[in-house]
Ligand binder design. Structure first.
Ligand SMILES: Cc1cc2nc3c(=O)[nH]c(=O)nc-3n(C[C@H](O)[C@H](O)[C@H](O)COP(=O)(O)O)c2cc1C
Length: 361
C-alpha cells in the first residue's frame, strides 16, 4: 500500500497496524540541532491515549514512544536532532484480536472494511488493521516534533459540539480544555455532554462531534498561491484523520450566509504602525498564505461506525448478513481526535515554515 507519507520538507511516514507488534513513524526533513527527547513527545501522546475515561475506548495502551534514530547527544549533554530521519516507535501491548474473529469476513457499515477489501483483496481485520485510528498516535508523535520547529506558534484544539449540543462560545476558556474528559473549553457544557454521552454509551450507540484547532503566532507569509495553499494543505491534513467528513477554515460554510461587508476582514494600522485585522473570518489565511492572524480550522467527525446495534451488511462471499460489532470502541471518536487535529496543524505549519524559508530565506 502506498501513500503513507505527507508533507514536503517536513515529511512524515507512518507504518503499522492496530494489532501488530508496534506502530511507528519516520520523520524526514527535520532540521538539525533541535533539542529533542522522548519527554518532548510523550505528553502529547498521553493526551490522546485511550482508556482515560468512560467516554473513550477501554483499550489500555501506555503509548510509550521510543526514538530510534535521528538524534545524538552532543558534548554539552543535550540530545539534538541530527537532520537525518527520525524513527519513532510505539509497542502495541493491549490487543484483543479474538474480538474481531467474527468480522474478519464481514464488512461493518460505515467502516473501511468494504473498501479495503475491494481495493486490496486482503486486509488485517484485527482492531481495524491499518484503517484503525491507532495510526493517529504516530501523527501525534510527529506533531510534537513539528512543534519544536515552530516554537513561536501555539497550537490548541477543543471540542465545540457533540451531536446536536454546541458549546457557548462566549464562555470559551482554554484553561478548561484539560479539566474535563471532552477537551471542552466551556465548563458550562460539561454536565450536558456527560449526561448526553452516557446515554449514547449505555445504548451501545455512538455520536459525532465538531473540533476546532487554533494556531496562534503563525507569521504572515506561510503558504503559497494556487497549488501550495496553506488552507488546501490543512484541509487535506484534517480530512486525512479517520472519521472526518468535513473541514472548514475560518468562517467556513458560514461564509455563505455573510455579505461582503460582513465577511471581508478590515485592515487598519496599529499604534506601532503594523497592520492588524478587525475580524478573522478568513481564519488567518488569504490567497493560500497566512495573514499573521490565528489560523482556525474546524472539522466534523462522524459517529463511530462500530456499534452494538445489529445492522445490515454483506460478507466477503456475497451473502447478506446482520452484523453487530463487539470489541472496545470510543462512543464519540471526536474526543480523541482533538490532539490528532492539533498534531496535523503542527505538521502542516512546520512543513510550510520550512518551505517558506526554502524559497524566500
Ligand atoms: C481517535 C479515533 C478513534 C477511533 N476509534 C474507532 C473505534 O473505536 N471504532 C470504530 O469503528 N472507528 C473508530 N474510529 C474511526 C475509524 O477509524 C474510521 O471511521 C474508519 O477508518 C473509516 O474511515 P473514514 O471514517 O475516514 O471513512 C476512530 C477515529 C478516531 C479519530
Amino acid at each position: 500500500m502506498s501513500h503513507n507519507s505527507f508533507g514536503h520538507l517536513f515529511r512524515v511516514t507512518t507504518w503499522g497496524e492496530s494489532h501488530g507488534p508496534a506502530i511507528g513513524a519516520v520523520i524526514d526533513g527535520c532540521p538539525p540541532r533541535i533539542p529533542l527527547t522522548e519527554a518532548d513527545i510523550q505528553p502529547f501522546l498521553d493526551r490522546r491515549r485511550p482508556g482515560q475515561s468512560r467516554f473513550t475506548t477501554q483499550r489500555q495502551e501506555p503509548d510509550q514512544v521510543r526514538i530510534l534514530s535521528g538524534v545524538y547527544t552532543e558534548t554539552d549533554g543535550i540530545q539534538y536532532t541530527t537532520g537525518t530521519p527520525i524513527g519513532l516507535e510505539i509497542t502495541n501491548v493491549d490487543q484483543r484480536s479474538k474480538d474481531y474473529s467474527a468480522i474478519g469476513n464481514q464488512f461493518r457499515p460505515g467502516h473501511a472494511d468494504f473498501t479495503y477489501d475491494a481495493k486490496y483483496g486482503i486486509r488485517d481485520p484485527r482492531g481495524g488493521g491499518r484503517s484503525s485510528a491507532r495510526e493517529t498516535a504516530m501523527r501525534v508523535a510527529a506533531g510534537a516534533v513539528a512543534r519544536r520547529i515552530i516554537p513561536g506558534v501555539t497550537i490548541r484544539g477543543a471540542l465545540v459540539q457533540i451531536g446536536p449540543h454546541r458549546i457557548d462560545r462566549n464562555r470559551w476558556d482554554w484553561a478548561e480544555v484539560d479539566n474535563n474528559p471532552f477537551f471542552c473549553p466551556d465548563a458550562g457544557s460539561v454536565d450536558l455532554f456527560t449526561t448526553y454521552l452516557d446515554g449514547i454509551r449505555k445504548a451501545g450507540s455512538s455520536i459525532g462531534a465538531v473540533i476546532e484547532i487554533v494556531a496562534e503566532g503563525v507569521p504572515p507569509g506561510l503558504g503559497a498561491p494556487i497549488y501550495g495553499k496553506l488552507d488546501g494543505d490543512l484541509a487535506a491534513a484534517m480530512m486525512s484523520i479517520n472519521a472526518v467528513k468535513g473541514v472548514e477554515i475560518g468562517a467556513g460554510f458560514g461564509a455563505a450566509e455573510l455579505t461582503g461587508e460582513e465577511n471581508a476582514d478590515e485592515i487598519r494600522l496599529g499604534n506601532d504602525g503594523a497592520p492588524y485585522f478587525r475580524s478573522n473570518h478568513a481564519g488567518g489565511i488569504l490567497g493560500g498564505i497566512s495573514t499573521g492572524q490565528p489560523v482556525v480550522a474546524r472539522f466534523a467527525v462522524k459517529p463511530t461506525s462500530s456499534i452494538l446495534t445489529t445492522r445490515q451488511s454483506i460478507d466477503r462471499f456475497g451473502n447478506e448478513i446482520d452484523i453487530m460489532t463487539k470489541g472496545r470502541h470510543d462512543p464519540c471518536v471526536g474526543i480523541r481526535a482533538v490532539p490528532v487535529g492539533e498534531a496535523m496543524m503542527a505538521c502542516v505549519i512546520a512543513d510550510h515554515f520550512l518551505r517558506h524559508r526554502g524559497q524566500v530565506g
